[in-house]
Structure formats: structure tokens, C-alpha cells
Design a protein around this ligand. Structure first.
Ligand code: FAD
Length: 486
């Protein structure tokens, strides 16, 4: 196996694969994937990609993104996303990708919460991520190493020289002139989540261990409509476009109680709907359902085939049956701090892109379907910077290949305890008391003889808790009560 490359890309979701697509064909690039390539959040994305419909829509897309971000967005990042988005998506379509169209060949745009107009393009009905992922995999021109987990970054004197990996039961180093982190978010630190099983915040934890700053880690988005009553680790998401196209949220008496919380009802931003459902259930003890009766059955099967199929397998006859729902962790706005070309603060030759990154493009709350777009837009910028700087002189440094044990026998129980702790203390509604208790427990766990992979999760979780404690007022997805225990 070749152990020296121009570029290593950690992750094979939209951010990693589109970085690869945007690099020159004659570069020596290696893509690393922790599992099969499809075990990533990109593959499971349902709703679509938010992109301005035309030139006039760009300022409205910017405004909607800034509004959702609740004052924490970097306006430059949002400007880039909304202006460069249509260009990058057009280029993607020029490769041959097809979004869903009507009978006359016009692209279909749907609406999702907090968008002021229909601007979400989708593919395969509700299988946008799967279609995009397959297409990007088919276009991949570089080798990909599967079942390869990065366990450390090789950093010396503020320069990144490569990665340490676990592959085929062996630990070894792979060197590169440039390293791109495209490893996604933090799903597995929470009890209930919608994320692929590979998404466990390894790279965020590795960054903490190297004193690389994470930012806005309190900003965790919870999706309001998730079917959590299955034994699968990844819970079934019921896309936001269902509500965009008329689905209702009701209690067990059929009452649309969301209007008690916000006059926009089902079309309120995600954080408001999630917090409302959580609060309503705490106060009334009633069950909450998604009511799809507005849909005609034939249309539903065609428009939402994956949801129809997956829920059918779990015994639900859609769109007729009511589906019991709960909020669940969905998306990390917070991440590894980077500039607008994905350059990681304080470490040369290291980049971050996609959900792992924090450019503040989403601020305190991501506007629905802006994340696939982020993956497309910012990966192109990362590739541009790499192309401009790859030829710069870089000395060669050798690192040892010693790694403490990755997993210890007691890790499984502690991991489950952590997921429960994070769900209850750093979840949808937080308070100082619970966050402080959680911080103490995480610090205790970090002192135990644990494996490295659990340590990385704990380091990331600690950042989420510490950031939540540092932000005393509620903002966007961060909702903090002033009182004692909830
Ligand atoms: C169910 C669901 C539905 C969604 N729907 C939408 C939608 O409709 N529209 C939208 O815009 N967004 C949606 N999102 C969010 C969006 O899918 C993600 O934010 C986006 O796909 C993230 O892309 P990414 O490339 O950054 O990461 P991912 O696609 O998650 O890829 C991460 C990659 O990193 C690899 N990796 C992780 N850790 C390591 C490691 N230590 N070593 C090696 N490799 C590693 C993984 O194996 C994977 O290949 C949805 C998310 C989910 C979960």
C-alpha cells in the first residue's frame, strides 16, 4: 500500500467526495472511509439541496439563512454559500446529475421550514442524498480505502504531515502534503439521533487533543419529526418537506398544539418545533404524531418512496397511519474552526469541510437543506486553496506508529452512559445544574482507564457541555432554562 500522497481526504460524504472531484486529475489523492462509503450522513439525506432559484432569489436565500442563524452567522460565509451555490450546483448538473423534474422538464422546487419560497431541489423523491452520493462515487477518480478509521493527526510545530489509521487490525501512518477533514458531525454522542453509525466525532476529539479550536459546539440541531421507536441506532427521519407539503403535527386528540407555541405552526423553524414538542410532552405526557392524511396515497408513494418503504417495513401504512414522533439529534452547527477556504486555525496544511467544519455559515441554527449545499460550495474552495499551495516546499518528518489501545472492555457501558447523559443534559432543553453535573461526570470518565475512541467522544462531548455552559442565554438551537433540574 502506498503511504505517501499529495492529499488525504478523511471522509467519503458530499464534502469529501466533492473535494476530490474538484482537485486536479493528476494529483495523488487518497480518500479514507471509516466503513462502507455509503455509511455517511450524505447517503441518508432526504429532503434536498437549498439553492437560489434565480438571481433575484439570492438575497432572500441569504436573508432566510441569516434569520435562521439567529445573529451568529458569518455574513461573508453566508454570502459565499448563497452566491456560489447556484454556480456549483449548475456545474454538478453539467456532470450529468438530474434533480427531479415535472413532465415539461422543469426542475421541481419544494419548500421547507423557514424558507421564504420554494427553493429545495431533490432527487429520487426523498432520496436526494443517496442519488448524490452514488453519482459522486461514480465520478471519483482517486483510490478510496474502506474500513479505515483515522485515530490521530500527525502534527508537529503547527504543520500537519498526515494521519494515523486503524485498518485491517493494524495501526500505521499515511503521510500527505495536505490533509482534509471531511468526517461529518457528532451524532453518536447522543442517545437518539438520525445519523449514520460512522458519525461519532472522532476528528473533533482528535482536534481537541491537539488544542485545535472547536467553535459553537453548543449549537446542536434537533430534528422535530423522527420515528425513534425502532431498535436501530440510526432513527428514521421524517423529512421536513413532509411538513413543507402539508403534513400536520397533532397530539393524541388530533389537536395541532404547535400553534400554542408559534403562529407559524408546523412551518416554524426546527428548533422551535423540537422545543415545543419536547415541552408539550413534558407538561402533558401526551403522545405526539405526524399526520400525513393531506397526501393522496399514489402521490405519497412517488414523492416520498424511501419513507413509504422504510415505514412500511416497520408496520406503518402511509400516508394513512399516524406516525408517533419525537425530536432527535440531527445536525452539528458547531465544529472545527476554519476560515472560508476551510483552513484550520493554527495548523498549516490541514483543512476541514462539511458538517465537521465551523465557518459560522449556519450560525446558531441551520436553515433546512443548507448543509448539502455547504458541502458542495466549501469543498470547491478547499480544493482551490490546495491547488494553489500544493507545490510549496514541505520538509519530511517521520512519526512513530504507537497508539494506545482503541477499545477497552468497559467502554461499551460508559459509551451508553455518555449517550444518555448527553441526551438528558446537553439535549433539546438545557439547564446549568444538569450541564454542570454532566461536566463533572465526563471529567470523571476521562480519568478512567478507557480506550482512545471513547476518549475522543468524551473530549467532543465535553466541548459541547462547556460551550453550553458558557452561553448563558438561549440562542438559536441552544435553549437554556434559568431554573434548576428539568
Ligand atoms: C437522515 C438525514 C437527513 C438529512 N437530510 C438533509 C437534506 O435533505 N438536506 C441537507 O442539506 N442536509 C441533510 N442532512 C444533513 C446532511 O446530510 C449532512 O450535513 C451532510 O451530508 C454532511 O456531509 P459530510 O460530507 O460533511 O459528512 P458525511 O456525509 O456524514 O460523511 C462523513 C464521512 O466521514 C467518514 N469518517 C468519519 N469519521 C472518520 C474517521 N475517524 N476516519 C475515517 N473516516 C471517517 C465517514 O465514514 C463518512 O465517510 C441530513 C442528515 C441526515 C442524517
Amino acid at each position: 500500500m502506498k503511504l505517501k500522497h499529495d492529499v488525504i481526504i478523511i471522509g467519503a460524504g458530499v464534502a469529501g467526495l466533492h473535494t476530490a472531484l474538484s482537485l486536479d486529475d493528476d494529483m495523488d489523492v487518497l480518500v479514507l472511509s471509516k466503513d462502507y462509503a455509503w455509511e455517511c450522513n450524505t447517503f441518508y439525506a432526504q429532503g434536498g439541496v437549498a439553492v437560489a432559484v434565480d438571481e433575484e432569489d439570492i438575497p432572500y436565500h441569504i436573508k432566510d439563512t441569516l434569520n435562521a442563524g439567529a445573529g451568529l452567522c458569518d455574513e461573508g460565509a453566508v454570502d459565499i454559500l448563497c452566491h456560489e451555490g447556484p454556480v456549483v450546483i449548475k456545474e454538478f448538473m453539467e456532470h450529468g446529475f438530474e434533480f427531479d423534474k415535472d413532465r415539461d422538464g422543469n426542475i421541481l422546487y419544494t419548500k421547507e421550514a423557514a424558507h421564504s419560497r420554494n427553493r429545495i431541489v431533490h432527487a429520487g423523491g426523498d432520496a436526494t442524498g443517496r442519488y448524490i452520493h452514488k453519482f459522486l462515487m461514480d465520478l471519483l477518480k482517486f483510490p478510496i480505502l474502506y474500513n479505515t478509521q483515522v485515530t490521530d493527526l500527525l502534527i508537529e510545530d503547527g504543520e500537519c504531515y498526515g494521519v494515523r489509521v486503524f485498518h485491517n487490525n493494524e495501526i500505521f501512518n499515511i503521510y500527505a502534503k495536505k490533509v482534509v477533514i471531511a468526517s461529518g458531525g457528532v451524532g453518536s454522542v447522543y442517545e437518539y439521533h438520525t445519523n449514520a453509525r460512522t458519525i461519532s466525532s472522532d476528528m473533533q476529539g482528535i482536534c481537541v487533543s491537539h488544542d485545535i479550536p472547536l467553535r459553537d459546539m453548543e449549537m446542536m440541531q434537533f430534528h422535530p419529526t423522527v420515528f425513534i421507536k425502532s431498535s436501530a441506532v440510526r432513527k428514521q427521519l421524517l423529512s421536513e418537506s413532509l411538513r413543507g407539503e402539508g403534513a400536520k403535527i397533532v397530539d393524541e386528540d388530533g389537536r395541532r398544539f404547535l400553534f400554542d407555541y408559534d403562529k407559524r405552526g408546523e412551518l416554524s423553524p426546527r428548533n422551535i418545533v423540537s422545543q415545543a414538542i419536547f415541552d408539550f410532552q413534558q407538561k402533558t405526557g401526551k403522545k405526539v404524531f405526524l399526520d400525513l392524511n393531506n397526501f393522496e396515497e399514489g402521490f405519497f408513494m412517488k414523492r416520498f418512496p424511501s419513507i413509504y418503504f422504510n415505514m412500511g417495513n416497520m408496520g406503518y401504512n402511509l400516508p394513512i397511519d399516524l406516525v408517533p414522533i419525537s425530536p432527535a439529534f440531527h445536525y452539528a452547527m458547531g465544529g472545527i474552526k476554519s476560515d472560508l477556504f476551510g483552513r484550520v486555525e493554527g495548523v498549516n496544511s490541514l483543512y476541514v469541510v462539511g458538517e465537521a467544519a465551523n465557518t459560522r455559515v449556519h450560525g446558531a441554527n441551520r436553515l433546512a437543506s443548507n448543509s448539502l449545499l455547504e458541502g458542495f460550495v466549501f469543498s470547491k474552495r478547499v480544493a482551490l486553496d490546495i491547488k494553489l499551495t500544493l507545490k510549496e516546499h514541505k520538509k519530511s518528518v517521520e512519526f512513530d506508529e504507537v497508539e494506545p489501545s482503541l477499545i477497552k472492555p468497559s467502554d461499551k457501558d460508559l459509551k451508553n452512559e455518555l449517550r444518555d447523559l448527553m441526551w438528558r443534559s446537553a439535549g433539546i432543553i438545557r439547564n446549568v445544574n444538569n450541564l454542570q453535573k454532566a461536566l463533572i461526570r465526563v471529567e470523571e470518565m476521562l480519568k478512567l482507564p478507557i480506550g482512545k475512541l471513547l476518549r475522543l467522544r468524551l473530549l467532543s462531548s465535553r466541548e459541547i457541555i462547556k460551550s453550553a455552559l458558557a452561553r448563558k442565554e438561549s440562542l438559536g438551537a441552544h435553549y437554556i432554562l434559568k431554573g434548576d433540574d428539568i
